[in-house]
Design a protein around this ligand. Structure first.
Ligand SMILES: *Cc1c(COP(=O)(O)O)cnc(C)c1O
Length: 380
């Protein structure tokens, strides 16, 4: 038998670039986020939670869901917590419960994830964008109130990056998008929407979310709409949808909820250390750190940086992962029939925001590596 010919590969510039990208990603010394670190530390607990569901034979509703809802309500200090299929569906079902319809207006921030506005636009509501505050990047309550008209049916502040947003004193309901801010603040509006997307501060092993509220009537309406408006079963009294939380996700979330306070403390410790390191570093005065707030839970640690894109490329070349939340304002989204006045602050900050690595299991030394790399960028 003839020996196999040696394998030769031709490395075209395109293939080489792709390879470098791939290897570079794997070799990130400081990844933006490490999901496996969080899951590995909890492996035994998660295995037991999942086994409990497998053994129960109940995969929709049941004790895991009601148990989680009770524990979540206690954690958030609200009367009701109602599990949903996602954070998006929590917002959607809240909009349905308020009876939003074409012609209604919803006032919100342009600097957020699409679901904040998209969920209400799906119901036919017109989205009205008001500007954000320069200091903490959340919806400016005065601008939001100024954008209200006789058709305004809801105002939706977002506790962006985990920083509590001001609750406007409005005559219409205020729905809080708390997807990034579980228990970051006391519920000040009529209801809040939580997301348990895997990378959120409390993350499921898939999609999940919840509505929190102290309003008994609204909670009842959300529960009704969550299961196709059926009451009793197969007797449909309202047009709802399937917005339920799975028993498996509920069991996983119950296990993880017991760690949330410790994880929040870790995030705050990282943020505190970042601040100290940046204060001691030689970086331009225009580089701004996130606003401080005792309720901040640092879902993200977002700086505002001169020459943001060049800085981001420099950090990537140094093996440091970063993200841009959000690269575009929603006010410019096709598919979202919105209305807005001038958005001078949002238009400026959207070019400056850069999220640095922050997650509970992040090794402490990563903070130093990040700040040193930022310092090198501005020294060069
Ligand atoms: C994640 C997120 C949502 C949507 O949550 P999903 O669970 O992904 O549907 C809504 N609003 C904001 C601000 C978010 O960050």
């Amino acid at each position: 038998m003839k020996p196999a010919a040696p394998v030769t590969t031709t490395c075209t510039p395109v293939a080489y670039a792709a390879l470098r990208y791939c290897v570079g990603d794997l070799a990130m010394n400081v990844p933006f986020f490490d999901m496996r670190a969080e899951t590995a530390a909890l492996r035994g607990e998660l295995d037991r939670a999942i086994a409990r569901v497998l053994d129960s034979g109940t995969f929709i509703g049941g004790e895991e869901v009601t148990g989680f809802e009770a524990e979540l309500a206690r954690h958030c200090s609200t009367t009701h917590a109602i599990g949903t299929s996602s954070g998006t569906d929590a917002l959607l079902v809240l909009g349905m419960a308020l009876g939003l319809a074409p012609g209604d207006e919803v006032v919100t921030t342009p600097l957020t994830f699409f679901a904040t506005a998209g969920s209400f636009a799906r119901l036919g509501a017109t989205i009205v964008f008001a500007d954000v505050r320069d200091d903490d990047l959340t919806l400016d309550a005065d601008a939001a109130l100024a954008a209200c008209t006789a058709r305004t049916r809801a105002i939706v502040p977002v506790h962006l990056f985990g920083h509590p947003a001001a609750i406007p004193r409005a005559t219409c309901p205020v729905i809080e998008d708390s997807a990034q801010a579980i228990a970051a603040s006391q519920l000040g509006g009529i209801a809040g929407a939580l997301s348990f997307f895997p990378t959120k501060n409390l993350g499921a092993l898939g999609d999940a979310g919840a509505v929190i509220t102290d309003d008994d009537e609204l909670a009842d309406r959300v529960r009704l709409l969550r299961t196709h408006g059926a009451r009793p079963k197969y007797h449909h009294v309202a047009l709802g949808g399937n917005f339920r939380l799975d028993a498996m996700q509920a069991a996983v979330l119950r296990a993880k909820l017991t760690h949330l306070a410790a994880w929040t403390a870790r995030r705050r410790a990282h943020a505190h250390a970042y601040r100290a390191l940046f204060r001691a570093a030689r970086v331009p005065a225009e580089l701004r750190l996130p606003a401080e707030h005792p309720g901040h839970i640092y879902h993200q640690f977002v700086i505002r940086a001169p020459r943001r894109d060049a800085l981001r490329a420099h950090l990537a070349a140094s093996g440091i992962g970063t993200e841009v939340y959000y690269p575009e304002l929603l006010a410019g989204s096709t598919g979202l029939a919105g209305r807005c006045g001038a958005l001078p602050v949002a238009t400026r900050v959207v070019r400056e925001v850069l999220a640095l690595p922050i997650y509970p299991a992040m090794p402490d030394v990563h903070r130093t590596l990040v700040v040193e790399a930022v310092e090198r960028f501005y020294a060069s």
